[in-house]
Design a protein around this ligand. Structure first.
Ligand SMILES: *Cc1c(COP(=O)(O)O)cnc(C)c1O
Length: 358
């Protein structure tokens, strides 16, 4: 008799569900923190000329030397900080957790935060210690984190700054307190750096046990899948051993390198998105029946007060507007998350939301 998956595979798999991505064709897509603007036409032509030269029969540069140069220059990465690319930062999160996965090792996350930290740890069989943010304002509870660190000694602490899905950017001083209390590694995930008022790169320079994650996804290149891990040489050279050779393909290396040579175009788009975020924030605050939370990212979290989040979400869907229902996460009862879109998309969203709330 043929063996069944349940007999053969790790038992955790039976419990897990596939990562769900909503079907979006025909919808105004405001669910996944994508930049709504594509490449400007002139740049698109130049990009195609670059791509034309791609050598597809050879493996890509295993160290992506050219891309590292483009990246460091575009984001002013200090010279003594090392870089390592991944197929999205998701791959780098996986690699980090694989690297610490000794028997009994733990990671610490705050809740709510980016779901992949926990998901990947569970896939690998690493325990997750979760410390809640403060209810209703989502601030970092530094004392509780300290207590959890003392008790569980996590090898890795993940802090997404700004936090997904709340949009809150915790004060630098609080993040630094966590860094000083942690004897493992602290990973500061700045996926939303293009939309935030500050970066914590200084902490990576100051503390060798602080690593940083960046990604090109939210900036406008989600389709390329390029994430970057930044940190001190002594750590990065160990992680390099776990990285699969050629994990960043030749089209991504060329396209991302080209895009970063023109990073000002993306910076301009990010400023537009921030302006639209403020417009959207004000328009949402003027509506009855929701509470809107502050954001330093390209999305806004809000809570429905008189109707359930599920009802409002479904109503939006019926009007072909797709946002994200996050109401099932800890502390996020009746919360929804909307990505900032184009001016036109945002206006439609406000109109549809307004009628969904009455
Ligand atoms: C979206 C997101 C990522 C994932 O980035 P990819 O590079 O697309 O894999 C990482 N961290 C946070 C906090 C995110 O919100």
């Amino acid at each position: 008799m043929a063996v069944t998956p349940q007999q053969l595979l790790r038992s955790e798999l039976a419990e897990m569900r596939t990562y769900h991505v909503a079907e979006a064709s025909g919808f105004i897509k405001l669910d996944a923190m994508e930049n709504p603007y594509g490449l400007p036409e002139v740049l698109k032509k130049q990009w195609l000329e670059v791509i034309e030269k791609a050598v597809l029969n050879r493996y890509p540069d295993p160290h992506a030397i050219g891309l590292k140069r483009n990246f460091s220059q575009a984001f002013s990465i200090p010279a003594d900080i090392q870089l390592m690319f991944g197929n999205g930062s998701d791959e780098l999160i996986q690699l980090l957790i694989l690297a610490i996965a000794k028997p009994g090792a733990r990671i610490l996350t705050v809740t709510p935060s980016f779901s992949m930290y926990k998901r990947i740890a569970e896939c690998i069989g690493v325990q997750v210690v979760e410390v809640p943010l403060s209810a209703d304002s989502f601030t970092l509870q530094v004392d509780q984190i300290r207590a959890a660190i003392e008790e569980t000694d996590p090898a890795l602490v993940f802090l997404d700054c700004p936090n997904n899905p709340t949009g809150l950017l915790w004060p630098q001083q609080q993040v630094e307190q966590v860094v000083q209390q942690c004897s493992g590694l602290v990973v500061i995930d700045e996926a939303y750096a293009p939309f935030a008022s500050r970066t914590l790169m200084a902490l990576v320079e100051k503390y060798p046990h602080v690593l940083m994650l960046r990604t090109l996804s939210k900036m406008g290149l989600a389709g390329l899948r390029l994430g970057c891990l930044l940190g001190a040489q002594q750590w990065l050279e160990e992680f390099e051993k776990l990285r699969l050779p050629y994990n960043v393909n030749v089209l991504t290396q060329l396209s991302a390198g080209f895009a970063l040579d023109h990073v000002s175009v993306f910076n301009t788009q990010a400023s537009r998105i921030c302006e639209q975020r403020e417009w959207l924030m004000n328009a949402m605050r003027a509506l009855e029946g929701i509470r809107v939370f502050p954001s330093e990212a390209n999305f806004i979290l809000f809570r429905t007060l008189n109707k359930t989040a599920e009802a409002v979400f479904s109503d939006l869907l019926e009007h072909k507007v797709l946002i994200k229902n996050v109401a099932n996460a800890d502390l996020l009862e009746n919360c929804l998350r909307v990505t900032v879109g184009t001016e036109k998309e945002n206006r439609t969203f406000i109109d549809v939301l307004q009628s969904a709330l009455v």
